[in-house]
Design a protein around this ligand. Structure first.
Ligand code: NDP
Ligand code: MG
Length: 400
């Protein structure tokens, strides 16, 4: 793990030099995509977005194309693409439509890196295509690893393609792993802010409204991941993500609540030393770390103000109120189809909650029921994964 991180670093730095790094930004209109374009715009030409992809926010995509002047923009939803006028698209920018266009685009010779930042399982095939083409993938779409971690990491090894974490916790762990050798790692400590309901009683969680769930105390993110942060399902998905990304066992992963979101995660080594990464909660830092890797450069992310007093608190999670953590550890332990089913059930349940058809405190129990009822397969292929994904979504509807 740590040794692997170091060898990746030396090969990359030898080959990189001062060349502009070209990036395909999948999900450019989302929260991660927009932050990534800020980092790219501030890079003084070191980074360049040559492909921008969105599903349906054509207005923002057009505006981004005018600013970034990519060679290609892709709208994956054909209806949205047809409903918009593309007259003002820069002359050098080609427009393509449909998800299949993404699969072809990410493998183009002039793409150095793919930022995979679609939301949900929609990111899987795109991440897959990028790795298949041997591209370095800056991975925000944690669902790719949650759903198909075993297959994705095998593919990356086979194609010698790198996966660089964008998720702040995993970026922190990746950085902390530089502090020792693989065999010296005792455990990974994933921090969680605890979300907006950290101090609420179990009985009060039943009445949580959509508006309350979407008001995260420390991070500003897309809707789905914001709800996941409130149920702590985001941490469950991150446990599975860490399991695959760093090749650790589930029982080497500990979750700790840290309300300030300053310590983004830690690695404990066998001698008891704990190495952490600290910075204010600002996704532009882990994004820029991945985009510039293996270098560090001055950046636009907020910095810690050491002239102001601050407290850092750590507490164990309350598994009674937030059973998602237990579910995440269990899914990471059993592997196989568990991650795919948990992810699909959660995506469907969150959608139902946002539509007002499911109570907040029912999201995780519904996921647990669907996970328990599913026909477990220890080593599924991609088809089996997509099949179970569809099955789990239908099951959620049935439970509701
Ligand atoms: P958003 O909902 O803000 O953005 C999602 C992006 O993906 C948009 O550009 C959207 O296009 C596009 N998209 C959505 N569905 C599809 C689809 N079916 N096909 C193609 N494109 C699609 O999400 P976030 O930016 O918050 O999250 C993106 C990923 O990053 C998620 O996997 C999340 O878990 C992860 N992540 C996010 C963090 C954050 O701070 N936001 C932190 C850590 C991880 P359109 O706008 O046109 O709908
Ligand atoms: Mg995270």
């Amino acid at each position: 793990m740590a040794a692997q991180v170091k060898s990746q670093e030396s090969t990359l730095s030898e080959s990189w030099g001062n060349r502009t790094k070209t990036i395909a930004v999948l999900g450019s209109t989302g929260s991660i995509g927009r932050s990534a374009l800020e980092v790219i715009s501030a890079s003084q030409g070191a980074l360049r977005a040559i492909i921008l992809v969105a599903r349906s926010n054509t207005q923002l995509l057009l505006q981004q194309a005018q600013e970034q002047r990519p060679r290609l923009v892709i709208v994956t939803d054909p209806k949205a693409a047809a409903a918009h006028s593309w007259r003002d698209l820069p002359l050098e920018t080609e427009l393509r439509v449909g998800y299949e266009a993404v699969l072809e685009a990410v493998s183009a010779d002039d793409v150095d890196m793919v930022l995979s930042a679609f939301v949900g399982i929609a990111g899987l095939r795109a991440t897959w295509a990028a790795l298949e083409a041997g591209k370095t993938v800056a991975l925000a779409n944690k669902e790719s690893l949650v759903v198909a971690g075993s297959l994705i990491t095998q593919l990356a090894r086979k194609r010698k393609a790198q996966i660089l974490p964008v998720d702040s916790e995993h970026s922190a762990i990746f950085q902390a792993l530089h502090g020792g050798q693989e065999r010296e790692v005792r455990r990974i400590i994933l921090t969680a802010s605890g979300g907006p309901f950290r101090s609420r009683k179990l009985t009060e969680l039943a009445s949580v409204t959509v508006e309350e769930a979407l008001a995260h105390p420390t991070w500003k993110m897309g809707k789905k991941i914001t709800v996941d942060s409130a149920t702590l399902m985001n941490k469950a998905l991150e446990i599975i993500e860490a399991r695959w990304l760093f090749g650790v066992e589930a029982d080497q992963i500990t979750v700790v609540i840290h309300p300030q979101s300053i310590v983004h995660s830690m690695v404990e080594f066998v001698d008891g030393s704990v190495i952490a990464q600290l910075s204010p909660p600002d996704m532009r830092l882990p994004i820029q770390y991945a985009l510039y890797f293996p270098e560090r450069r001055p950046g636009i992310a907020r910095k810690i103000d050491w002239a102001t007093a601050m407290d850092l608190r750590f507490e164990p999670p309350d598994l009674e109120r937030f059973p998602a953590i237990r579910l995440g550890l269990e899914a990471a332990r059993i592997g196989g189809t568990a991650g795919a089913v948990l992810n699909a059930a959660n995506e469907a349940a969150v959608e139902c909650f946002l539509q007002g058809r499911l109570r907040f405190d029912q999201i995780v129990p519904v996921c647990a029921k669907v996970l328990e009822a599913h026909p477990f397969d220890p080593s599924p292929d991609l088809d089996a994964i997509f099949g179970l994904d569809a099955w789990a979504r239908k099951e959620v509807e049935r439970w509701i």
